[in-house]
Write a protein that binds this ligand. Structure first.
Ligand SMILES: Nc1ncnc2c1ncn2[C@@H]1O[C@H](COP(=O)(O)OP(=O)(O)OP(=O)(O)O)[C@@H](O)[C@H]1O
Ligand SMILES: [Mg+2]
Length: 271
């Protein structure tokens, strides 16, 4: 990702959402983007997916510049986006590329097993829990064996217990499939639990504020000292500009650069 920026035109005005994002994600890496609401995380992921084009800069996967969606990249959205009139196996079949003519059933069975949904092959989305529906979403995204799996807050709608269980599942799938994972989240603990590296995205415009290596052995425990230190560091990195703004002892030049009293900024502060 080289000097990527993205602006949108809204009512004659240009809103700069992302600015000058340059980074390189290694094959097989578990990479996380963390940032407040509205900082441009989904936009960034959609650009990697090829669903949005950068206004400036370029993004390449495996040396090829991205010009649109491709089977080398699978995406899991915040909401499961399953088709309600199709059952579990039909939803996964729907995601499987058309060019596979033989052995479709075996591939679908294998992926149902991978996400632990044996016995629910014939169930319809309305008959599944939130966690189960997200598992189907994962299977559907993995069924074409993508090199990169893009996860946009896939666990955001789940309760705390299911969320933690799914984090373990995602790690297991990552190991089993060797896929490069790119996860977007605003949950600091989730990022530390899962990632090899974390990029903190600032707000307005979204820039990479810090790139943090998570040098903790797996399985990670949220109560560990190292986990706690990283949590504090990430918290400071995400909220530092706002605390400076609130601190009258800081010089005006620093404060001016970060002042933003738009509703989005307030929402970001509250998160
Ligand atoms: N198609 C669009 N047209 C105009 N503005 C857009 C469009 N898509 C996103 N934006 C704006 O870009 C900004 C970033 O949006 P984005 O959805 O990427 O944020 P996010 O970090 O994913 O937020 P959240 O954590 O709430 O999901 C927002 O201010 C949003 O209004
Ligand atoms: Mg989003």
């Amino acid at each position: 990702m080289d000097q990527c920026s993205k602006s949108f035109r809204v009512d004659q005005a240009t809103v700069e959402v992302l600015r000058g994002i340059s980074l390189s994600i290694k094959p097989g890496e578990f990479f996380c983007f963390v940032g407040g609401s509205g900082c441009g995380k989904s936009t960034l992921l959609k650009m990697i997916a090829g669903l949005e084009q950068p206004t400036a800069g370029k993004i390449a996967v495996g040396g090829h510049t991205i010009s649109g969606p491709g089977l080398d990249r699978g995406m899991v959205f915040q909401e499961h986006r399953l088709l309600p009139w199709l059952n579990v196996e039909q939803n996964i079949d729907f995601g499987l590329r058309e060019s596979v003519k033989q052995g479709r059933d075996a591939i679908i069975r294998e992926h149902i097993q991978l996400v632990g949904l044996q016995g629910f092959e014939k169930a319809y989305p309305r008959q599944l829990s939130g966690g189960m529906a997200q598992r189907v979403g994962l299977a559907r995204a993995l069924v074409n064996r993508p090199e990169v799996l893009l996860l946009d807050e896939p666990l955001g709608a789940l309760d705390a217990l299911t969320r933690q269980q799914m984090q373990h599942e995602i790690l297991r799938i990552w190991r089993a499939e060797n896929t490069t994972m790119v996860l977007v989240t605003h949950d600091i603990d989730e990022a530390i639990f899962l990632a090899d590296r974390i990029a903190v995205i600032g707000n307005r415009p979204g820039e990479v504020r810090e790139l943090i290596e998570v040098d903790l052995p797996r399985p990670r425990s949220r109560g560990d000292r190292g986990f706690d230190q990283l949590r504090q560091r990430l918290w400071d990195s995400i909220f530092e500009p706002q605390s400076r703004e609130a601190d009258p002892t800081l010089d005006n030049a620093t404060t001016a650069a970060v002042t933003d009293d738009s509703p989005e900024a307030t929402e970001f502060l509250l998160k």
